[in-house]
Design a protein. Structure first.
Length: 255
């Protein structure tokens, strides 16, 4: 008989983890919240299929012990999208070049969390103590009237929710959002054109911009991220679980 599988959770409690755990248990899956040591019990290491939900350090430590490889969008994905999907200038620069920028900009480290993702008044405000070659993603500052998270599997939106309005946390079920139809139309256009550049399971954050002269601006991609580490906000937990489970590949399948 095929085992329904194992879901391994980070030691830290999160509301999203609890919702996913409940949805997994309802399917008959084993759910294991690891201790602070992140050690996977020996009797669980050979259970297949195995899945996980937690942050990057947790995932790096646990994935080899349950035979999976986490899937996530390439770090260069956003910067290489056509302008019609981002509606703002996005560049990748070495830190040395980013330090020369005179105007305000939004910046995030590409490869790790070596400095805070934030708006910087100029390049001299970027943190010191890092190699000049540190890759940085720099983008034009824009304002999003509303931001949404979509859980995507095999090019199809399975669930989603609003998570912010004007930069403030403001979760709401997608069904209750008046922008829902326009949002899904934009997401469909994006996925039709670019799903082949993404893993089969991921989360997609989209935003409705504020126009320079007021009112609503265009839809734009905020970013894409790994489903194995993304809060649900007001998304349906059972549908999100479908995406989370497929956001890791078995080591055998991953090659």
């Amino acid at each position: 008989m095929t085992h329904p599988g194992l879901l391994v959770l980070t030691p830290q409690y999160t509301s999203s983890g609890a919702l996913l755990a409940q949805a997994a248990a309802e399917r008959g899956m084993l759910v294991e919240q690891l201790p602070p040591s992140r050690r996977v019990p020996e009797d669980l290491r050979d259970i297949r299929p195995a899945h996980l939900y937690g942050g990057p350090r947790f995932t790096a430590a646990v994935a080899p012990h349950i035979g999976v490889k986490p899937l996530e969008p390439a770090v260069h994905w956003l910067a290489r999208l056509p302008y019609r999907f981002v509606s703002r200038a996005i560049r990748e620069l070495p830190l040395s070049a980013a330090r020369e920028l005179q105007q305000p900009f939004f910046a995030k480290p590409l490869a790790d969390k070596s400095f805070p993702t934030d708006v910087y008044a100029s390049g001299v405000r970027l943190p010191g103590g890092l190699p000049d070659t540190t890759p940085v993603q720099v983008s034009e500052i824009v304002t999003f009237a509303a931001e949404f998270r979509l859980f995507v599997l095999d090019g199809e939106v399975r669930t989603g929710s609003r998570y912010a309005t004007f930069g403030r946390l403001d979760p709401a079920p997608l069904a209750s959002c008046p922008e829902r139809e326009d949002l899904l139309e934009f997401a469909g256009d994006l996925l039709t054109a670019r799903a082949h550049t993404l893993p089969r399971a991921f989360v997609l954050d989209l935003g409705l911009m504020v126009a320079d002269v007021g009112g609503e601006g265009p839809w734009a991609v905020v970013e894409a991220g790994p489903a194995w580490f993304s809060p649900l906000y007001a998304s349906d937990a059972a549908a999100a679980l479908d995406v989370v489970l497929e956001s890791v590949a078995s080591e055998d399948d991953a090659g």
